[in-house]
Design a protein around this ligand. Structure first.
Ligand code: MG
Length: 128
């Protein structure tokens, strides 16, 4: 294992090299990775299944979160997705859906109305 990654780019590189060395990149499909990503997210959810507070330790949660990110990175590599660019593009879309001014409206009712209106005005750009 290489030195502790200090950035998202370093983490992506570390996971990519780890997967490539084990030929995971050659033996994985986008479908398989998407399923694995979802399963890992559900493993995290299991810690909260019967309790508001997680039933596991912080290390348990860290491990499940790491699984999610590792599969997300592998999925991105498989689909030729640049994660920082994808996140940036998504945040720009979300700025339209959730304009920052709305969250600074003091009155709860007015803020709720503004949020609903912004949501209704937002046009989804995907079928899903
Ligand atoms: Mg797991």
């Amino acid at each position: 294992m290489t030195a502790k990654p200090s950035s998202l780019e370093d983490t992506i590189t570390t996971v990519t090299e780890y997967a490539r060395a084990r030929k995971f990149d050659k033996n994985s499909t986008a479908r398989g990775l998407a399923i694995s990503l979802s399963l890992e997210a559900n493993e995290l959810l299991e810690y909260f299944q019967w309790s508001e507070e997680p039933l596991g330790t912080k290390q348990d949660l860290e491990s499940e979160l790491a699984d999610i990110f590792i599969y997300a990175i592998q999925f991105a590599n498989n689909c030729d997705i640049d994660i920082p660019s994808a996140i940036q593009a998504k945040l720009q879309k979300m700025e339209q859906k959730y304009p920052i001014e709305i969250f600074h409206i003091e009155d709860d009712d007015e803020r709720a109305k503004a949020q609903l209106k912004a949501k209704q005005n937002y046009k989804k750009d995907t079928a899903l």
